[in-house]
Design a protein around this ligand. Structure first.
Ligand code: NAD
Length: 454
């Protein structure tokens, strides 16, 4: 009988230092001399910058050397956070070009600006000779994303895209061990994923006007892009804060939220879809340029006979279990989420395979047996017995962004390969760029190499 510890020792996860215990990068960095210190710069110091900073502040061997944002207030907040934790003040910039030309000894730049700025910022930073970690979605256009792949190739620098689930120990365990290793799903015929968010979590963002950039700065930095009239200052400010709802600035909910999960569909199935059929509407947030709800179906050719994946992003309800991706096979289902509470494994009642061995080896924990169908309202002849429910082993949860950043840092130090470089990210993101068009035109888009190439 293989004990879980033995499995982990043998598995690729454990050899990558990614599960159960300190990742290899931590021990490597902890031993690094000051000369090995990596100097980090940040472009875009909004909400996600704070999340990324919190996920990396405890990684040894990093010096947070420079911060840049067109909002002076956020440059100040970010610098204060760094000062209070590390007792030094990073260099502060309002313009990216200034930072990239003056900070010549940076080792890496983190880009967390609005999506329409990702491609220009990433290309500029790569061309200036820096490794880049850029947030998802790569860009608001597929051409922008392609330019990032080209710049990565031209520069020879590393470019990690912030699809952080790709380094999440729970996702790696699900894919490498449960699905591909133990093949516990059997034949995966369907995939189902969603991000459902309530109205109150989908509201416009507002901040004090006094901390916003002035009109000239907002115009200079493209926040009027796509407008068909001269904008008032209030309209311009709305676009700056709520860039996710404007077509020229973002791909909308299917790209902002769907990017995470459709990436998992393609990564786990190991291929790109062959078509997408989508429907979307502005049924509640009627003044927004983007759809407030989108439902779509991707079709895949897979070695086992094909699969169909449904995805929905809803911004007007949290019903239906929040956000998860579910890989549904003939023998079992792996339902996975960044939230551990939404992560489950189900064994089909009719499965020929006994899972007791997986439980004995500590691979899964049995949570509940499916109850036999029955009761006055059951249509017994057609009803299948509910599946048994299992849970993942403990110890696989880390703060969501930390392992992905650790992987990037380890790659800079030559100790790992990137888990999601720009090329792999674009292969996986490419179908997403076509969902809005499918919904707008109410047509199925059958992908050709031109739609999906990097
Ligand atoms: N991986 C994830 O789970 C995750 C979660 C949330 C957001 N994100 C991504 O992070 C990015 C930022 O999102 P956010 O929520 O922090 O947005 P935000 O609007 O809060 O922050 C963006 C910041 O960029 C600054 N900025 C805008 N244009 C700039 C420019 N030209 N030069 C320098 N600074 C500029 C703004 O002033 C702002 O401070 C987005 O791409 C988003 O999709 C990823």
């Amino acid at each position: 009988m293989i004990k879980r510890r033995d499995f982990l020792r043998a598995s690729s996860l454990a050899s990558a230092g990614l599960v159960f215990g300190a990742p290899s990068i931590l021990s490597a960095a902890a031993k690094s001399a000051p000369s090995d210190e990596l100097r980090i710069g940040f472009i875009g110091c909004g909400k996600q910058h704070e999340v990324l900073f919190n996920a990396m502040k405890d990684i040894p061997g990093l010096r947070f050397a420079a911060v840049c944002d067109i909002m002076k207030y956020r440059v100040g907040s970010s610098a204060s956070r760094i000062k209070s934790l590390f007792d030094y003040v990073p260099n502060r910039y309002l313009h990216v070009e200034d930072m990239l030309s003056k900070e010549t000894d940076l080792d890496a730049v983190f880009v967390a600006t609005p999506d329409f700025w990702h491609a220009p910022h990433t290309v500029m930073a790569l061309e200036a000779g820096f490794n880049v970690y850029c947030e998802k979605m790569m860009s608001n256009t597929i051409e922008g994303a392609r330019s990032m792949v080209q710049a990565m190739d031209r520069s020879g620098k590393l470019c990690q895209i912030g699809h952080q689930r790709r380094s999440n120990p729970r996702y790696l365990f699900a894919l490498d061990y449960l699905i591909n290793g133990e093949k516990i799903c059997g034949q995966i015929v369907n995939v189902n994923g969603q991000w459902n968010r309530a109205v109150n979590a989908s509201q416009d963002i507002n901040v004090k006007e006094s901390i916003l950039p002035d009109e000239q700065t907002l115009l200079q930095y493209g926040f009027a892009n796509g407008a068909d009239k001269k904008l008032s200052l209030a309209e311009l400010r709305h676009r700056f804060l709520n860039w996710r709802t404007y077509k020229a600035l973002s791909g909308g909910p299917i790209s902002d939220l769907g990017a995470h999960q459709i990436d998992i569909f393609n990564w786990f199935l190991g291929t790109q879809p062959k078509s997408v059929m989508a429907s979307g509407g502005r049924n509640y947030f009627k003044d927004r340029e983007h759809f407030d709800n989108v439902m779509c179906i991707f079709e895949y050719d897979t070695p086992s006979g094909g699969a169909r994946a449904f995805y929905q992003v809803l911004t007007t309800t949290s019903a239906g279990g929040g956000y998860f991706e579910s890989f549904m096979g003939t023998e079992g289902t792996v339902e996975i989420s960044e939230r551990e509470a939404y992560t489950n494994v189900f064994r089909e009642s009719g499965s020929s395979r006994n899972w007791d061995g997986l439980v004995d080896r500590g691979i899964l924990t049995k949570v509940a047996s499916g109850q036999a169908p029955g009761g006055a309202d059951a249509i017994a002849a057609y009803e299948s017995a509910p599946p048994d429910k299992y849970a993942f082993p403990g110890g696989l949860s880390k703060p969501p962004h930390q392992p992905h950043i650790e992987n990037f840092i380890a790659a800079i130090r030559g100790k790992a390969k990137l888990n999601c470089d720009a090329r792999h990210a674009l292969e996986s993101e490419a179908p997403i760029y076509w969902v809005n068009q499918s919904a707008e035109t109410q047509t199925t888009i059958h992908f050709t190499p031109e739609h999906l190439h990097t």
